[in-house]
Design a protein around this ligand. Structure first.
Ligand code: HEM
Length: 182
């Protein structure tokens, strides 16, 4: 069954397979939430209550789009075809870091629902949530670009193509030209 194809060779999935919804949705929460925290730090420094309110609005947009990204992430988790064993382990860290970041951001938005002044603790909690999100996003990229998750199995190394393969070595072109064969 396609929905439980996690770890198998899997079909290529057609024009827009279910695991590709996730990379199409992740940029919104990352941009909204990291942008919100950067704006809020500026607002704190310049004592700009108007900008702090905008930052709270951006954070709320980030939490809403983050819930969508978490949903598409769950779909990817159960449908994504072949990937390395390392990528499989990293998926749990990716899930945990991003879920923690979203939960913390949701709490921060709740605490900021009333206008200024926001305490330093609430603002620092936003910075911590941004760090968790950045680490989770970094692992997401690693899962794809180093672990092959979401890449068409047809173009993966044979030992990875079959499911949770070992980490493949980088190809060593015979003439030293990394673009040979393009
Ligand atoms: C706000 C929450 C999340 C963010 C911002 C996020 C971010 C990312 C990013 C940046 C990538 C790399 C995409 C690429 O460059 O192609 C990725 C991949 C991935 N993420 Fe997430 N993620 C989130 C939640 C989740 C959750 C909750 C799960 C699992 C239940 C998950 C599972 C995956 C999987 C399986 C991949 C690799 C395959 C694919 O991209 O479809 N993610 N994520």
């Amino acid at each position: 069954m396609l929905l439980l194809a996690h770890g198998g060779t899997g079909p290529s999935g057609g024009a827009f397979p279910p695991w590709e919804w996730h990379p199409a949705t992740v940029h919104f929460p990352i941009a909204f939430l990291l942008g919100a925290v950067a704006l809020d730090l500026y607002a704190w420094w310049r004592e700009r209550a108007d900008l702090a309110r905008t930052a709270t609005g951006l954070m709320a947009a980030g939490v809403i789009t983050g819930v969508v990204a978490a949903g598409t992430g769950a779909v990817a988790f159960f449908t994504v075809p072949a990937h390395t064993a390392e990528a499989h382990t990293l998926m749990y860290w990716h899930l945990g870091l991003n879920a923690s970041a979203l939960g913390l951001f949701a709490a921060v938005v709740f605490l900021r629902r009333h206008p200024e002044p926001h305490g330093a603790k609430v603002r620092i909690a936003g910075v911590l949530a941004a760090a968790l999100l950045a680490a989770g996003g970094f692992l997401g990229g690693r899962i794809v670009y180093r672990g092959g998750a979401g890449i068409d199995p047809a173009v993966l190394a044979p030992e990875v193509r079959g499911g949770h393969g070992e980490q493949p070595r980088a190809p060593r072109p015979e003439n030293g030209d990394p673009h040979k064969g393009h």
